[in-house]
Design a protein around this ligand. Structure first.
Ligand code: ADP
Ligand code: ZN
Length: 213
């Protein structure tokens, strides 16, 4: 089973949702750069203050900052046997930097049309405490406004507004989509198509697990 993984795809493709289901099955941590930034922003750390203006505008945080953060995270004990990088790398510079830190075994590329992304992101909500993701239309929490996993408060991300969603999609197309070719050339990419806003999560998770065998 492959365990050193990247989950690639546009914002709203479900990287975080699927990574959070697949990671415990493999016994590896899910490392989400977006969640790490939001955590640091909430705690108002130096890193959080540096990232905030970019994140809230839907722009990519500068490569140096992201690469340093990921290098630190990958050096922790729980990442020895594998990890799911969720939201990293997002530029060619980041991918090249990653090559000198880690040996990636598989890249799960989530292929999702723009119309589905916009529909999904506008109804997405997230837990303030544990970062679990829900969707008001397709994956509602059992109790309104409350996280199923930890009871934390659910909120809508500041960058999940239509104008910022468009900015993030533009950033994806210009800066991140070229990574598909980069990893395809290496023969490590598996495309997982997901054309429907309400595709059952379990089915996609099963397809991802099969691709990792
Ligand atoms: P999504 O994939 O839904 O856009 P993320 O939570 O992965 O959301 O990322 C949110 C924001 O965090 C991005 O719009 C960007 O500002 C920042 N970010 C996350 N990962 C990276 C990265 N690898 N490089 C640069 N910026 C990043
Ligand atoms: Zn929670």
């Amino acid at each position: 089973m492959k365990t050193k993984l990247i989950f690639l795809g546009p914002p709203g493709a479900g990287k975080g949702t699927y990574a959070s289901r697949v990671a415990p099955k493999l016994g590896v941590p899910q490392i989400s750069t977006g969640d790490l930034f939001r955590e640091n922003m909430a705690k108002d750390t130096e890193l959080g203050r540096k990232a905030k203006e970019y994140v809230n505008a839907g722009k990519l945080v500068p490569d140096e900052i992201v690469v340093d953060m990921v290098r630190d995270r990958l050096s922790e004990d729980d990442a020895t046997n594998g990890y799911i990088l969720d939201g990293f790398p997002r530029t060619l510079t980041q991918a090249e930097a990653l090559d000198s830190i880690a040996e990636i075994e598989a890249v799960i590329n989530l292929v999702v049309p723009d119309s589905v992304i916009i529909e999904r992101l506008s109804s997405r909500i997230q837990c303030k405490s544990c970062a679990a993701v829900f969707n008001l239309k397709t994956m509602p929490p059992q109790e309104e406004g409350k996280c199923d996993k930890c009871g934390g408060e659910l909120y809508q991300r500041e960058d999940d507004t239509p104008a910022v969603i468009q900015k993030r999609l533009d950033a994806y197309k210009a800066q991140t989509a070229p990574l598909i070719e980069y990893y395809k050339a290496r023969g490590v990419i598996a495309n997982i198509h997901n054309d429907k806003a309400d595709a059952p999560v379990d089915g996609i998770v099963a397809r991802i697990m099969a691709a990792l065998e």
